[in-house]
Every structure is written in C-alpha cells, then in structure tokens.
Design a protein around this ligand. Structure first.
Ligand SMILES: *Cc1c(COP(=O)(O)O)cnc(C)c1O
Length: 492
C-alpha cells in the first residue's frame, strides 16, 4: 500500500512516512492508493472482538507494519482505559442504533483515534529510523486537544503543543486541557476562532524556513489533527464493529444494508464510514449532519463548497467549522484520484473561499445526503429522547439525531441506521441540562452535578475530579504569535 498527496506531490510514501509527516509538502492530505477489502465473511464478523477488527483494518492499510507491531499498537490503545469492554458499544434507541464513541479517557470520540496515534507514530519513527524529537502541533475546537494531550503526555521522543480558540470551547473542555499533566505538554489559548487556530497551524507546517530552524535544533513537526492518516484509519474499525454488533444482536442479517448518520465537523468520522463501505460493509446512505455552520450540507446537496458565510458559535462547538479538512480526501477518491482537480478546488478555496465540484464528483456524492439542525431542534431532540426513552445524549449527537429524524421524515427510508454519538452528555452539561429542564448556572461543574442529580446517569471518571485539578497552562496569545509559542515551548 502506498500513500499519495491529494494535491499531487508525486512521490509515493510508506504509511510510516505519511504518519510521521502528517501533512504533505504541497499541503495535500495523504491518501491510500486503494482501499483494501476486508476479506472476512460478514457473518463471521460477530465472532471478532473490537481489537481483532482494529488489527485487521490497521494491518491492511498500514501493511509496512509487521503483525507484531500492529498488535502492540492495538493492545496498548484499546484496553481498560476505555470504560466499556466493547470499546464502542451500540445502543438501540427507538428505531435506531446509537454508536457510543465516548467511553475513552477524555469522554469524546477523539479518543478512538488519539489513544492509538502515539503508538502508531512512535512505531513509525522506529521503522523509519527517525531520530529527531517529534513536535505534535494541534489546533482544537475542544475535544481533539484534550485527547491528543492525554494520548501523548510523557510519550518519549515527543512534544505536544495545543492551540484552542479563546471562548470557543466549553468551560469543561478548557479545564480538561489547562490542567493537563506531563512534562512534554504545552497549551495555548489563541484570540480567534477554530478556523484561525487551524490556519495558524497549517501556516507553521508550510513555513520551510521555520521547519529548517527547528530541524537544526533536533525537532520535526507532525500533526495529531484528523489530517493525519494515522488518525483516520483506526476510526474505520468502529463502523465494522457496529455492523458486527447489529448482527450479533439479531437486528440485521449479514449482508443487509445500513445507513450511518454522523455529526460532522472536519469530516474525519464520516470519511471513516466511507472507507468502511469500500472495505465491504454494506452502507447505503451517509447522512452528514451539521449544525448552523452548514457548509457541508450545501456541498453535498448542491455541489458547491462556499465558506463565504457567517460563522456561528453553537452549543455543538466541535462542529463549528467552515473549512472542513477531510472533505479533500473524499473528493480525491470521488474524482478518480485526480490530484490536479483537487489542487484546483483547494486553490479556489484559498483564493475565493469557494469552489464548485465537477459533475463526476457530484455524481459520486449521491450516496451522501446533507442535513443540518439548528440549536432549537438540537435541544428539543435531547429533551424528547430523555423524556420518552430516558436516553441522555450530548449536543453533537443530538444534531445528528435531529438530522436523522429529518431524513426519515422526508424519505420514509427505514433502513437500520447507526447514529454516531461523539461525546458524553457531561462534556456539554450546561446545554444538556437546560434542554431537559434543569436550571443551570454559569458554573459548568455545578451543571454536571445538577444533571447527575436529575438523571442518575453516571459522570465519567475523567470528568468527575476535574473541578479541583490544578491549572498548569494559562497563556493566551494572538494568532500571529503561534510560531513564537512553538519556539518557546521547545526552549529555542
Ligand atoms: C470532533 C468532533 C466532531 C466532528 O468530527 P469530525 O470527524 O471532525 O467530523 C463531532 N462531535 C464531537 C463531540 C467531536 O469532538
């Protein structure tokens, strides 16, 4: 298996090289030259553990890793730090199936990938005989930052630097990050929104002079954002596991089609579902759910990506994104691996903040359907599911649930649908509590307690003791100062 840049950089890379590098030098994203097939009868899937499925997926995509190396990565990542032995349990709610991806250490779905990325990266470094210290740069809308800090804290040979938008993450998310322990962890709040943080990180990656300076000091930059192929591939496993769980529970027969509905921001999660389909899982429709920042709804339905629009801060902040990185990978696959075409879309996005896709790509998007839910619909979904089913979901999951309902109402499609649940309700306790009629305050931790008092749903371990943890990172910087912050973190 070889990896190429979506923008035509040229030289093929081994997966280990692509994982170390993160972003290609032409700013493109690494994609596999083909998507491997599962080669397991669907009926046999239900005999496999989550770890077995992850081993299969990772071994096929990253075939320069030995079976033993894959084992070490999978066993190190998916162990008892997940609070559910199924790792990603599927729960029947009304006539759909909620795939709970938030049972890792930081209570958000980012743990699914970021608990394994440090293993994949350190294994890659060994394989490629890379001796430099790796500096992970991460822009976060809240959840990635904490999951990356937790995954990389005190991993030898790495430094981790996280930038988050001031006021753009919840109080609990912020507290999770600024209390992070580990001698190699660095956290900055930047004046701006998530797109500013992400652009700042991309600019640092694309600054050759800066890279040369770091290189002279023995450092090499890499990324833990979902632009890293080492994050995307492990996510494919949970869609296969969801299908296996549906068979096991007798809800479907092997070979039956399912739909997936995913609350989407940077498009990594939904892209993983597309890869799962191409590996052999019969997924019929990909329902892409957005909040008011509905740039993807319009892309999928009209074939035009247009970021010239107002930016909304919503109660699902991890989806408050106008430049959605992983879409580039999907368009590349749908264009028939046409890097020139993708490079021209991305140039147009840089210059005019918009592009229109070709008829061929538009045709390829026909298995996708875009919906968006505003905050009223989102909070109403939380309330109804709690009142009717006693099922508590977070704001992001509720965006997806409301979109799923709109889809079914419009199409009458009754295909079994997996709705991805991306965070514990306690991560967004204020909005969740308010949605079910609990009086809330400005204090996120008091809201967690109030939500618990009303629902009896257990507070995840990682969030329970957070309030009294010591703040270890407290710097706010201008976005222009991000390169200087990197140097300061590395003492250069
Ligand atoms: C990151 C995140 C999303 C968006 O996922 P993408 O893979 O970026 O589309 C949705 N919900 C939550 C809670 C997240 O943390």
């Amino acid at each position: 298996m070889k990896y190429f840049s979506t923008r035509g950089e040229g030289a093929a890379k081994r997966s280990a090289e692509a994982i170390i590098q993160g972003l290609a030098t032409d700013k493109g994203l690494y994609v596999p030259d083909s998507i491997p097939t599962l080669d397991i009868e669907l009926g046999k899937l239900s005999e496999l553990s989550y770890q077995d499925i992850a081993r299969t997926v990772i071994g096929k995509f990253f075939d320069d890793f030995s079976a033993e190396e894959v084992d070490i990565c999978v066993n190190g990542a998916y162990d008892s730090k997940f609070s559910d032995p199924k790792i990603a349990p599927l729960v029947k709610v009304k006539d759909a199936y909620v795939l709970e991806l938030y049972h890792g250490r930081t209570s958000a779905f980012k743990d699914m990938a970021l608990s394994i990325l440090p293993y994949l990266l350190t294994t890659s470094l060994k394989k490629e005989k890379e001796e430099k210290e790796i500096v992970i740069l991460t822009a976060t809308s809240g959840d990635t930052g904490k999951a990356a800090l937790e995954g990389f804290a005190d991993v030898p040979g790495t430094q981790i630097i996280v930038f988050y938008p001031t006021g753009g993450v919840s109080e609990i998310q912020e507290k999770q990050m600024i209390t992070q322990e580990g001698a190699n962890t660095h956290v900055y709040s930047i004046v701006g929104n998530f797109d500013d943080a992400q652009t700042g990180v991309k600019n640092i990656f694309n600054d050759d002079a800066f890279a040369a300076e770091l290189d002279a000091d023995g450092y090499k930059l890499s990324s833990a954002n979902s632009i890293n192929i080492g994050r995307l591939v492990p996510q494919v496993a949970y869609y296969i596991s969801a299908y296996a769980q549906l068979i096991q529970a007798g809800e479907i027969q092997p070979g039956d089609a399912i739909n997936v509905c995913v609350p989407t921001g940077n498009f990594g999660n939904l892209l993983a579902a597309y890869y799962a389909k191409n590996m052999g899982i019969p997924i019929k429709k990909f329902i892409c759910a957005s909040n008011e920042n509905n740039v993807l709804t319009d892309l999928i339905n009209d074939g035009v990506y247009d970021a010239n629009r107002d930016f909304f801060q919503t109660s699902s902040p991890s989806m408050d994104i106008l430049i959605s990185s992983n879409v580039e990978r999907l368009l590349y696959h749908l264009s028939g691996d046409n890097a020139d075409e993708i490079a021209s879309y991305m140039k147009s996005l840089d210059d005019e903040r918009r592009y229109r896709v070709s008829d061929k790509v538009k045709e390829g998007l026909s298995n996708f359907i875009g919906y968006y839910s505003d905050m009223n619909q989102t909070h109403d979904a939380i309330k109804r599911l709690y009142n009717e089913e006693h099922y508590l979901m977070d704001t992001h999951t509720a965006v997806a649930w409301a979109s799923y309902e709109s889809y079914v109402a419009e199409t009458g499609d009754n295909t079994p649908t997996v709705v991805a649940s991306t965070a514990s309700p306690y991560k967004f306790a204020g909005d969740v509590a308010k949605s079910i009629g609990v009086t809330i305050t400005e204090d996120g931790f008091a809201n967690m307690d109030a939500l618990y008092a009303k629902t009896g749903v257990a507070i995840p371990e990682g969030l329970a003791g957070l309030e009294h943890k010591k703040v270890l990172h407290d710097e706010t910087i201008e976005k222009e100062a991000m390169p200087a912050a990197v140097k300061k973190s590395l003492n250069i």
